[in-house]
Design a protein around this ligand. Structure first.
Ligand SMILES: O=c1ccn([C@@H]2O[C@H](COP(=O)(O)O)[C@@H](O)[C@H]2O)c(=O)[nH]1
Length: 234
C-alpha cells in the first residue's frame, strides 16, 4: 500500500517574529513545524511554545547524553507537549530506553511524543563518517543504529531518503521514517550530502520529509511550501 508523505517545515532562525511568520506561511502545507537547537538556544522554550501554537511541534533537540540526564531532560520538557522529539541513536541503548521510560512516565498516554532516533546526520557522506571511525558507510551505520533504536523502544528514525529501502527491508513497515536532506530540483544542497527531491523521497516511502532552507530562504516561503506539498501529493 502506498504511504502518504507529509511535510515538516524546519524553522531555523533565532528570531521569534520571523519564526512565527514562517509558521503562518507554511501552515496550509505543512503537517508540523520543526523547531530546534538554533531557535531554542536563542529565543528560549517559551518562544518555542508560542511559535508552534496549535500546530504540531517537532522538537528537534537531538538529545545525546548519559541516560540519567536524557531521561531528566525529557521529563523537564514534557510541558511543551511536542508531537515528535529527537535524540541521537549513537547515545546507545540505555540512553534511548531512559528517554522512552521518561516519556511513558511524564506524558499522558494519549499525548506521548513520537520518539525519533537520529541515525546518521544527512550532512555526512561516507568519507566524513569514516573520519569518525565508522568505515563501512552510512547505509550500514543507519541500519545498525536503526535496529538498536527500535529494540530500545524508539518509534521512528531520522535518516536520509537513500536509506529508506534498506530500512524497510530490514525493519518492516512499522517504524516512522523521517527524512531531512530534501532538496527540490534546482535548489542548493548546501551542507547536506545525502539528498533527494521531495518527489523521490515520496517514491522511496518516506513518512515525513523535513525541509528548511528551500522554504525559509525562498522569496515566497508560502509558495515554496505549497509547491513541495503539491509534489508530495503527486
Ligand atoms: O540528519 C539530520 C537531522 C536533522 N536535520 C535537520 O533538518 C533540517 C534541515 O534543514 P535544511 O535547511 O532543509 O537543510 C535542519 O533543521 C537540520 O537541523 C538534518 O538536516 N539532518
Amino acid at each position: 500500500m502506498a504511504r502518504q508523505t507529509g511535510l515538516i517545515a524546519a524553522l531555523d532562525t533565532q528570531d521569534p517574529v520571523t519564526a512565527k511568520a514562517w509558521a503562518q506561511a507554511v501552515g496550509p502545507s505543512a503537517g508540523a513545524v520543526k523547531l530546534g537547537l538554533e531557535f531554542a538556544y536563542a529565543a528560549g522554550f517559551q518562544a518555542v511554545a508560542d511559535v508552534a501554537g496549535s500546530t504540531p511541534l517537532f522538537l528537534d533537540l537531538k538529545l545525546h547524553d548519559i541516560p540519567n540526564t536524557v531521561g531528566a531532560a525529557v521529563r523537564a520538557l514534557s510541558y511543551l507537549r511536542p508531537r515528535m522529539l529527537t535524540l541521537h541513536a549513537s547515545g546507545g541503548r540505555a540512553m534511548m530506553e531512559a528517554a522512552r521510560q521518561a516519556c511513558d512516565e511524564a506524558f499522558p498516554a494519549d499525548a506521548r511524543p513520537v520518539l525519533l532516533a537520529v541515525t546518521v546526520l544527512t550532512s555526512l557522506d561516507d568519507h566524513a563518517l569514516a573520519e569518525t571511525g565508522v568505515t563501512d558507510g552510512a547505509r550500514a551505520q543507519v541500519l545498525r543504529l536503526g535496529k538498536l533504536a527500535l529494540q530500545a523502544g524508539i518509534d521512528g528514525l531520522v535518516c536520509s531518503a537513500h536509506e529508506i529501502a534498506p530500512l524497510r527491508d530490514a525493519l518492516g513497515d512499522a517504524p516512522l521514517l523521517v527524512t531531512p536532506g530534501i532538496r527540490p530540483a534546482g535548489s542548493q544542497a548546501g551542507d547536506q550530502k545525502r539528498v533527494m527531491t521531495p518527489g523521490e523521497a515520496r517514491q522511496a516511502g518516506a513518512d515525513w520529509i523535513v525541509v528548511g532552507r528551500p522554504i525559509t530562504q525562498a522569496a515566497d516561503p508560502a509558495a515554496a511550501a505549497a509547491a513541495i506539498a503539491a509534489e508530495l501529493a503527486g
